[in-house]
Design a protein around this ligand. Structure first.
Ligand SMILES: C[S@@+](CC[C@H](N)C(=O)[O-])C[C@H]1O[C@@H](n2cnc3c(N)ncnc32)[C@H](O)[C@@H]1O
Length: 256
């Protein structure tokens, strides 16, 4: 837990680092199509073995990002442009796993989520990064004054938004260091609730700060699940959409 004197505390994600968690996931499970929004250097998609689409308006790739992939499509554009161009349709690609790590303002991530879900397999999984800030300062929307170190922006708002407006989704919050991973499954590509309520949600949530929402309230709503346990169990939530379920190893038993 992180706190100043007499300030409410935010839980800090101190489990397995998110790059290590994602690498282990891709080593264990082969998906059909993997989509990544926000890639920068390519570190989070380099270990992927599945057919990959990476979207970033400003790539700074380094190293061997191709590795063992059969296919890699790099789209140097914003995620809104990517979805508008309907590139997924032209590839007949239904998404098995999407990792959303682009612009850290909640309305961008909300659109990325809506668009990714609409193009997903119903057994697919969408993972949101940076929804668990560990200080209020890192939640700023002021792009001209970003904090040094981790900046989550206000994508923490996705947790209350999804829980309120999409109670049908299954949401798990993993303690992946440093700012958590939100794993969303039970997808319904035909669901239009968020699209219909988008303007209302943006109007309500844009002016809201973490202090307005309540730091203690948010902290109470984040119940971390252990990344180490999910890894030891063989990433159960991702298994239904594995490309070749027969190739999956048996989950390892937890020793504790
Ligand atoms: C935190 S970095 C991604 C880090 C990477 N996923 C990793 O784990 O190594 C965020 C990236 O989002 C990109 N980005 C910013 N606005 C975007 C947008 N509208 N659509 C897609 N990507 C965006 C930035 O260019 C930046 O490279």
């Amino acid at each position: 837990m992180v706190a100043g004197m007499n300030e409410p505390m935010l839980p800090k994600a101190e489990g397995v680092g998110y790059h290590d968690f994602l690498s282990a996931l891709h080593e264990e499970i082969l998906f059909d199509w993997y989509l990544e929004i926000g890639s920068r250097k390519g570190d989070s998609f380099a270990p992927v073995r599945s057919k990959t689409i990476a979207v970033d308006p400003y790539f700074r790739l380094r190293g061997n990002v191709m590795n063992a992939k059969r296919m890699l499509l790099l789209c140097q554009m914003t995620s809104d442009e990517f979805f508008e161009e309907d590139i997924l349709k032209s590839l007949s690609a239904r998404l098995s796993f999407s990792f959303l790590d682009g612009m850290h303002l909640f309305e961008y991530l909300l659109r990325d989520f809506m668009n990714a879900e609409a193009n997903s397999h119903p057994d697919g999984v969408i993972v949101l990064h940076d929804c668990c800030p560990y200080t209020p300062e890192m939640t700023t929307r002021d792009l001209d004054n970003l904090p040094k170190g981790d900046w989550t922006g206000d994508v923490w708002k996705m947790l209350p938004i999804l829980r309120t407006h999409r109670p049908d989704l299954r949401i798990e919050v993993l303690d992946a260091a440093p700012t958590g991973l939100v794993v969303v499954s039970g997808l319904n590509p035909k669901n239009r609730v968020l699209k219909k309520k988008y303007d209302q949600i943006v109007e309500e949530f844009t002016p809201l700060t973490l202090a307005d929402y309540g730091v203690a309230r948010f902290a109470g709503e984040v119940e971390f699940q252990s990344t180490a346990a999910v890894m030891a169990q063989g990433f159960p939530v991702f298994r239904p959409v594995a490309q070749d379920p027969a190739s999956l190893t048996q989950p390892r038993r937890l020793s504790t």
